[in-house]
Design a protein around this ligand. Structure first.
Ligand code: SF4
Ligand code: SF4
Length: 386
């Protein structure tokens, strides 16, 4: 296993971390919300990873309907707890008062069968959760909890825009680390490359989630993309290319992979063994740029996500609708795109558009927005009853 710097800490993290959000399940649906975990297999996979040198294990309160922390707790018996650093996350959305911080942490310690969490994250910080937790003095709580030994370090995971990311970093000066969604396609999405560098400049360790976009970058790519990958030695799988692109960057500390099968564990460990900072020469980096461009060209709507069209007077989230629509077609994965679109608040759905055309005047790409929104909603929205 290769090991890397973790922000300012005098401790090295394995290049690959085990993400316990897509554990093997007994039914068909390996989603993070499915509580029906195949526990013996999950334990074998977690322990095998640790035996191979993985020293960072990430879970969270809601993963697998609350079952992930229980399974991880069982996996870490028999001496495995001492071999790794354990990370879990406070469910930010449930916190209403100061006492809730202790309430959830203590419940998690019990489920995980441990007396401390090495790396504790505030889960899914965004424009809503951060001000609430900040004003409830989560910083003071964390400092006391670090002193009493129940947590080692405080960090946060993040889902919002770049400005919010910078604001969260700037408004608390004792973050040790943060966890962001980052992969070679999402360089300008959420924190993106700029956020990654911003956090690293401030001394935070960067934990990367969704390195393969929930598996979209690991599956058989579209023909145009496949051809590009094939032009280059060395021959690598698309997943390996995506992971090496991340490990090439010095700001990245650990890449989490939500592994669901033993083969994924074996493949990812082999990839991590080959990883190194600045291992990709210009030619290889250019190849990834070309793949990105080709994926983007497959998206039907030429939306850059700039958000100049917002706000829409009818609250339609125009760039999100186009992103999900493009993703569905680019990655040939309508199921995930539909799921994500339908998770947005209904007021933001594209069918709220009344075709006032205010947004179209502001779009630098001159996209016929109203027309495309109709197509996007027909494709992504709930099926109409006939
Ligand atoms: S055309 Fe539709 S999306 Fe654009 S501003 Fe009007 S209501 Fe909003
Ligand atoms: S202004 Fe145009 S390009 Fe920018 S997000 Fe809106 S639709 Fe997309």
């Amino acid at each position: 296993m290769k090991y890397r710097k973790f922000g300012k800490l005098d401790w090295k993290v394995s290049a690959l971390g085990f993400g316990a959000m897509r554990l093997p399940v007994l039914g068909e649906n390996p989603a993070a919300g499915n509580p029906d975990v195949n526990e013996p297999e999950a334990i074998r996979m977690i322990r095998h990873s640790i035996d191979q040198g993985v020293n960072y294990l990430d879970t969270a309160y809601p993963y697998h309907g609350g079952k992930s922390e229980v399974v991880v707790g069982n996996a870490l018996r028999d001496g495995y707890r001492e071999k790794i650093k354990l990370a879990t996350k406070m469910p930010s959305w449930f916190i209403q008062q100061y006492d809730d911080f202790d309430k959830y942490l203590n419940e998690q310690l019990e489920k995980l069968q441990t007396d401390h969490i090495d790396f504790y994250l505030l889960h899914g910080l965004n424009k809503q959760h951060w001000p609430k937790l900040r004003d409830l003095q989560v910083g003071k709580w964390a400092e006391n909890t670090i002193k009493d030994g129940r947590i080692g370090y405080l960090g946060f995971s993040f889902h919002d825009d770049l400005a919010t990311f910078k604001q969260i970093i700037d408004e608390y000066d004792r973050w040790t680390f943060c966890q962001i969604q980052y992969n070679f396609m999402d360089i300008e999405y959420q924190a993106g490359t700029e956020g990654l560098k911003y956090a690293a400049d401030k001394g935070l360790a960067l934990v990367i989630m969704e390195p393969l976009r929930g598996g979209q970058l690991a599956k058989e790519p579209p023909e145009a993309v496949k051809k590009i990958w094939e032009t280059s030695p060395p021959k690598r799988s698309p997943a390996d290319w995506a992971l090496q692109w991340l490990w090439n960057q010095p700001e990245v500390s650990v890449v989490l992979s939500g592994m669901s099968t033993r083969q994924q564990v074996i493949d990812n460990i082999a990839s991590a063994e080959r990883s190194a900072i600045e291992s990709m020469n210009e030619k290889r980096s250019a190849l990834v740029d070309e793949v990105r461009k080709n994926y983007r060209d497959l998206g039907p709507v030429p939306c850059s996500g700039c958000a100049y069209c917002l706000p829409c007077p009818n609250r339609v989230n125009i760039p999100h609708a186009f992103q999900y629509y493009n993703d569905a077609i680019m990655y040939n994965d309508p199921r995930t795109a539909r799921f994500r679109y339908r998770q947005e608040p209904k007021e933001a759905w594209a069918d709220n558009c009344i075709e006032c055309l205010e947004c179209e005047e502001k779009c630098p790409q001159q996209i016929p927005i109203a027309e495309w929104l109709k197509k996007a909603h027909d494709y992504l929205g709930p099926r109409k009853k006939v």
